[in-house]
Design a protein around this ligand. Structure first.
Ligand code: SF4
Ligand code: SF4
Length: 432
């Protein structure tokens, strides 16, 4: 078990900043490749000077106004990583600069800046997951009551937090693992946080403390492979925390890989298990954050009988939909452009991949010529599984009172506090 109470994690991040500064030539290629530059009003900024400003931030300086602005709008697409001739993880560099810039800005302690949003997320995840899953299904996730094990599982399925607001996606993932007879343990939820809330605000000490405790928790299952569902967790743990953990403690307790990439590697085993034709023409709602996941989804769609993939030529930006909230007009423009392109392509289905994107657009097919479902629903349909998307159902209802009325028996049965449920539903679906 790592010593998670050790002080001085901030110094570890400073050392990583210094190492980047030593390698970076300030060529500006990362800035030129970034899709957020123009929408953030930075088209006129000098790429070399802005990159130098980022390096200044990660080494303790004030940077430049352009560098601070660039860091503040980073959505994690990763276009910059491929552009760097020095092999620097530029996504980490820019997001590290964002944290250091926020540290400089805030005279007040850092914790309040992330605590409120973290608590709101925790409450939403706990309430929505309990509202959608009866105890026997929650038990299937084995997150709240773990059965003792004689042998370590083959893998750990790490949900992260937020996918539990759309639990049908997780349940379909577990159905597929069961079908493949893979022995797994499910971990995640707000108690096993990846640390992104703290990292974003530059609270590096708390980020490391929380993320390293989660890494120890995941490692305690004894599996050498942990599969992430969430791209934000994959980036946060895979690019920020596991390298930091390894540098500090001299070991990396497991490999972290995206679940869908793992599944695509099993495509040949899954193909003969298909039970149904799925007559759909499918466009993908994609994010560039993890190119291997984009390839994996294509590989898996190809084994579902009846599915035809229709490529849509629209820009792909960000980690998930919420990563673009920093530039709302740009986000809206991308969404409208994509929905118009999907309608024009005459597809039956727009398939989301990640959960935050699904939450954001799952209702946007209402009244249109195409449905919006998650990719796992299509894969599940081919394999003979179904899990109802209650989140979409509730989002499509126009009144919170209607949702409360529909779920009142569940609220009582599961012992949920009605006012908390109402607050969570209001925050989630708005007062429509
Ligand atoms: S990760 Fe994406 S948004 Fe962030 S700096 Fe790189 S290209 Fe720009
Ligand atoms: S592309 Fe790489 S070397 Fe060039 S400025 Fe960006 S981080 Fe530095």
């Amino acid at each position: 078990m790592a010593e998670t109470k050790a002080a001085g994690y901030l110094q570890d991040f400073r050392a990583r900043g210094d190492a980047i500064a030593a390698d970076c030539t300030r060529c500006g290629a990362c800035f030129r490749a970034c899709p957020m530059v123009a929408p953030a009003g930075l088209s006129e900024a000098d790429p070399e000077k802005t990159a130098a400003g980022i390096v200044d931030l990660v080494t303790g300086g004030a940077g430049t106004a352009e560098a601070v602005r660039w860091a503040s709008v980073c959505s994690g697409s990763g276009h910059c990583i491929k552009a760097c001739p020095e092999g620097i993880n530029t996504r980490f560099m820019v997001q590290l600069a964002r944290g250091f810039a926020r540290r400089r800005r805030g005279e007040a302690p850092l914790k309040p800046a992330w605590r409120e949003s973290f608590q709101a997320m925790s409450r939403s995840v706990r309430t929505l997951s309990r509202l959608q899953m009866p105890p026997e299904v929650l038990a299937r996730l084995r997150m709240y009551k773990k059965a003792p094990r004689e042998h370590p599982p083959q893998i750990v399925f790490y949900t992260g937090c937020n996918v539990l607001r759309t639990p049908h996606i997780v349940l379909l993932c577990l159905d597929v693992l069961d079908l493949l007879a893979i022995d797994y343990e499910v971990m995640g939820g707000p108690g096993e946080c990846c640390g992104v809330y703290q990292f974003r605000e530059g609270d590096f000490d708390n980020n490391a403390r929380i993320a390293y405790a989660s890494i120890d928790g995941l490692a305690s299952a004894g599996a050498s492979t942990v599969l992430s569902w969430c791209p934000s967790c994959q980036v946060q743990l895979g690019e920020v925390s596991l390298p930091g953990y390894e540098a500090r403690f001299g070991r990396r307790p497991f490999d972290l890989n995206p679940f869908l990439v793992f599944l695509a590697e099993k495509a040949d085993a899954l193909a003969p298990l298909m039970r149904r034709r799925v007559e759909k023409r499918v466009a993908l709602h994609e994010r560039p954050v993890l190119p291997a996941v984009q390839a994996a989804v294509r590989r898996l769609l190809a084994i579902i009988p009846g599915v035809e993939l229709v490529e849509i030529d629209v820009p792909r930006v960000g980690t998930q939909a919420n990563s673009l909230s920093v530039l709302p007009a740009f986000k809206r423009e991308l969404r409208e452009r994509e929905l118009a392109a999907v309608a024009a392509a005459g597809v039956t289905t727009l398939a989301t991949i990640y959960h935050a994107c699904h939450r954001e657009i799952c209702d946007a097919g209402d009244g249109k010529s195409f449905e919006i479902v998650n990719f796992m629903e299509i894969l599940g349909e081919g394999l003979g599984f179904a899990a109802e998307d209650l989140y979409k159902r509730w989002k499509l209802m126009r009144e919170i009172d209607e949702i409360i009325a529909e779920t009142s028996a569940l609220i009582a049965e599961r012992g949920l506090d009605l006012e908390t449920v109402r607050d969570v539903l209001l925050a989630e679906f708005g007062a429509r």
